[in-house]
Ligand binder design. Structure first.
Ligand code: F6R
Length: 615
C-alpha cells in the first residue's frame, strides 16, 4: 500500500528517487521520505504529506548528493500519518536505514523482545521494529546484512516489500518481498528498486520481478543475487524486457490521469481484444483459456471473486456468462468469500478479477479456492502482479498503467475480456448460434468507435455536472446488464467527489429508496433501448411523480425518455450485453467533472489508495 524506490549506481540518486516517488504516489500519499548516502553519512528527510512537501523540505534539510538512496511514499497501516512514522526508518545505531511496503503482523511481540534487549523506538511503526530486529541479529551473530535480513524475515509474519542499506557498506542494497510487489531495474553499472517499473522505465527496460519469499542482494559491480528466504536456495535471476514506455505513465496533456484514462478507453479496449478477436474469421481466442476450455465446460459453476470496481465487472460477467453459456455464475466480494467458510469444490472454477493484481482480499480468496482444489483463472491488468502469478491461468487486460485511483479503463477492459470469454465458451458449448456468435464478434470490434462517440458528449456532461455539483445525494438506477453500471456510477461519484451516492436495480427503488426522492434528489437512470426499456420508463415516471430530477443515459435518437428526463446523455446503439461498455462512459465523465468543479483531488482522493494490499 506504499510505494518504494531505491537507486545505486553512478548517477545522482536524489532526482531519480524523487521522480520515482511522484510516479508511485498512486500507491499512497499520506507521507514521504528519502534517505541518501552522501559518501560519508546518511542524509534523511521525511515528512507528513505528499512528495511535493518532501521536495520542499529536502531542499532545506539535506544535502542532495549521493549515488545511493531509498525513498518511500506511504499509505498508513501502523501509526498515524506524521513525520515520525514516515519512512525511511533508522535502526538504533543509525547504521541501517529501511523502507517497507506491507504489514508486520507480529510486530508487537518482536517489539517487546527488542525493548527487553534495550532497543528504543521513535515511531509507532512495524517497520522500525523490523530494522532493529535485523540490526540485533546482525550485531549478535556478527553476520553480513543479507544474512541478517534473511534470519529476521524468517521470524516475521505478514507482508513486505523492503529495501535497506548499511552506512558501513554503501555499495549494496538488500531487498525482499512477500505479498507486496518489488521490481529491480537492471541498468549498466546501476540498479533501481521500485514497487513497479514506472520509476526506472526511462533508464532501463530490463527488470527482475521478485517472487514471494525471495530476497536479493544488489551490489555494485556484481550480478543480482537472489535467494529463497525460507530455505536459502539460490534462484537464477529472470530478467524480463518491459514493453511499457514513459508516455504511457505520464498525463499526456490531460489535466488528470483519470481523464486521460477515460479517453484511453477506445484504444485500450482495442489493445485488449487485439489478436484475440477476429470477427472476419469468426474466431475469438484467449491464450490462457484455450488449454482449459474443457475444465470450464465441465465446471459445475463459476465463482467470480473481486473487490470494488472489479467486482462490478464481475457482476456484468454474471449476466453475460449465464446468458451466453448457461453455466451458473456466482459473484462474491473477495473479502466476504475468504472469511465465510464457502463451499468450494474441485468442480468449481474461480475467476479472480483485479486491475492491480495485488488486492489482498482477492489474493486470499484465490489461495482459499486453490486449497479446495478449484481451478483459478485470473483477469489482471498489471503484468507479473502477484495475482497473475498465483492463478493457474488467465488473461491480461492490457489496459496499460492505471494511475488515477478511481478505476475507469480497467473496468471496461475487464468487461471486454469477460465478454470474449463468454463468447468463446458459448461457442465451445454450442449455446450460441453461429450467426449470433459472429454478430457479437463484429459488434465487440465496433465498441472502440462507439466509445469515441460517447466521449464526444463530454461538454454536455460538463453542463450537467455544473447543475448538480452541489447535490448532497445521488441515486443511480439500472436494470439487467446495466444494474452493475448503476453501482459503478455511484462508486465513481462517491470516491472522487465525496458525494453520497447509491446504486440500485431500478425495480428495487419502490422497495425502499423511493422514500428518498424529492426535488433535491438527482437520479441517474440508465435507460437505453433494451429488453427492460418500458419498465425503466415506468420507473422514471415514478421518480418524476415525486419531483426527482432525472439524468438519463439513453440510446442515440431516443425520444420517449428524452422527453421525460431533465437531462440526457446519449450513447450509440449496441446489443444489450455490450451496453455496459458504453453506458459506463458518461457516468465516468459525470463524476469526473463534478469532482473537478468541487475542487477535489481527482487522481488521489482522500483515504484511498490505488492498490489495497491490506485486509
Ligand atoms: C474503484 C477502485 C477500487 C478497486 C478495488 C479493487 O474505482 O479502484 O474499488 O476496483 O480496490 O482493486 P483491483 O482491481 O486492483 O483488485
Amino acid at each position: 500500500m506504499c510505494g518504494i524506490v531505491g537507486y545505486i549506481g553512478k548517477r545522482d540518486a536524489y532526482p531519480i528517487i524523487l521522480k520515482g516517488l511522484k510516479r508511485l504516489e498512486y500507491r499512497g500519499y499520506d507521507s514521504a521520505g528519502i534517505a541518501l548516502f552522501d559518501g560519508k553519512d546518511i542524509q534523511l528527510c521525511k515528512t507528513k504529506g505528499k512528495v511535493a512537501t518532501l521536495e520542499e523540505k529536502a531542499k532545506n534539510e539535506m544535502s542532495l548528493v549521493g549515488n545511493l538512496g531509498i525513498g518511500h511514499t506511504r499509505w498508513a497501516t501502523h501509526g498515524v500519518p506524521n513525520d515520525v512514522n514516515s519512512h525511511p526508518h533508522y535502526s538504533n545505531s543509525g547504521d541501517l536505514v529501511i523502507i517497507h511496503n506491507g504489514i508486520i503482523e507480529n510486530y508487537d511481540t518482536l517489539k517487546k523482545e527488542l525493548i527487553n534487549r534495550g532497543y528504543t523506538f521513535k515511531s509507532d511503526t512495524d517497520t522500525e521494529v523490523l530494522v532493529n530486529l535485523i540490526e540485533d541479529i546482525q550485531k549478535n551473530q556478527k553476520l553480513k546484512l543479507g544474512k541478517a535480513v534473511q534470519i529476521a524475515l524468517n521470524q516475521v509474519v505478514g507482508a513486505y516489500a523492503i529495501a535497506l542499506f548499511d552506512r558501513k557498506k554503501p555499495d549494496e542494497i538488500v531487498v525482499a518481498k512477500l505479498g507486496s510487489p518489488l521490481a529491480i531495474g537492471i541498468g549498466e553499472d546501476e540498479f533501481f528498486v521500485a514497487s513497479d517499473a514506472s520509476p526506472f522505465i526511462e533508464f532501463t527496460n530490463n527488470a527482475i520481478y521478485l517472487e514471494d519469499e525471495e530476497m536479493a542482494i544488489i551490489r555494485l559491480g556484481r550480478d543480482v543475487k537472489i535467494r529463497k528466504i525460507k530455505d536459502d536456495k539460490v534462484v537464477a535471476p529472470y530478467i524480463q524486457e518491459l514493453q511499457m514506455n514513459l508516455e504511457q505513465i505520464e498525463k499526456g496533456g490531460y489535466d488528470h490521469f483519470m481523464l486521460k484514462e477515460i479517453y484511453e478507453q477506445p484504444s485500450v479496449i482495442k489493445d485488449t481484444y487485439r489478436g484475440r478477436l477476429l470477427p472476419d474469421e469468426g474466431i475469438v481466442r484467449l491464450g490462457g483459456l484455450e488449454n482449459h476450455i474443457e475444465k470450464f465446460l465441465n465446471a459445475e459453476r463459476i465463482i467470480i471473486v473481486a473487490c470494488g470496481t472489479s467486482w462490478h465487472a464481475g457482476l456484468v460477467a454474471e449476466y453475460i456468462i449465464e446468458d451466453f453459456t448457461r453455466i451458473p455464475v456466482e459473484v462474491e466480494y473477495a473479502s466476504e468469500f475468504r472469511y465465510r467458510n464457502p463451499i468450494i469444490s474441485s468442480k468449481d472454477i474461480i475467476i479472480a478479477i483485479s486491475q492491480s493484481g495485488e488486492t489482498a482480499d482477492t489474493l486470499a480468496a484465490i489461495k482459499l479456492a486453490k486449497q479446495h482444489g478449484a481451478f483459478v483463472y485470473g483477469i489482471c491488468n498489471v503484468v507479473g502482479s502477484t495475482i497473475s502469478r498465483e492463478t493457474h491461468s488467465g488473461t491480461y487486460t492490457h489496459a496499460g498503467p492505471e494511475i488515477g485511483v478511481a478505476s475507469t479503463k480497467a473496468f471496461t477492459t475487464q468487461i471486454t475480456v469477460l465478454t470474449m470469454l463468454a463468447l468463446r465458451l458459448a461457442k465451445a458449448k454450442g449455446t450460441i448460434s453461429h450467426s449470433d456468435f459472429v454478430r457479437y464478434l463484429h459488434e465487440l470490434a465496433l465498441i472502440p468507435t462507439h466509445v469515441e462517440e460517447a466521449l464526444k458528449t463530454e461538454s454536455k456532461i460538463k453542463e450537467i455536472a455544473a447543475v448538480f455539483k452541489d447535490a448532497r445525494n445521488f441515486l443511480y438506477l439500472g436494470r439487467g446488464y446495466n444494474f452493475p453500471v448503476a453501482l459503478e456510477g455511484a462508486l465513481k461519484l462517491k470516491e472522487i467527489s465525496y458525494i453520497h451516492a447509491e446504486g440500485y436495480p431500478a425495480a428495487e427503488m419502490k422497495h425502499g429508496p423511493i422514500a428518498l426522492i424529492d426535488e433535491s434528489m438527482p437520479v441517474v437512470v440508465v435507460a437505453i433501448k433494451s429488453e427492460h426499456y418500458e419498465k425503466v420508463v415506468s420507473n422514471i415516471q415514478e421518480i418524476k411523480a415525486r419531483k426527482g430530477k432525472i439524468i438519463a443515459v439513453v440510446s442515440e435518437g431516443d425520444k420517449v425518455v428524452s422527453e421525460m428526463a431533465d437531462y440526457v446523455m446519449e450513447v450509440p446503439h449496441t446489443p444489450e450485453p455490450l451496453t455496459p461498455l458504453l453506458t459506463t462512459i458518461p457516468l465516468q465523465l459525470l463524476s469526473y467533472h463534478i469532482a473537478v468543479m468541487l475542487g477535489r483531488n481527482v487522481d488521489q482522493p482522500r483515504n484511498l489508495a490505488k492498490s489495497v494490499t491490506v485486509e
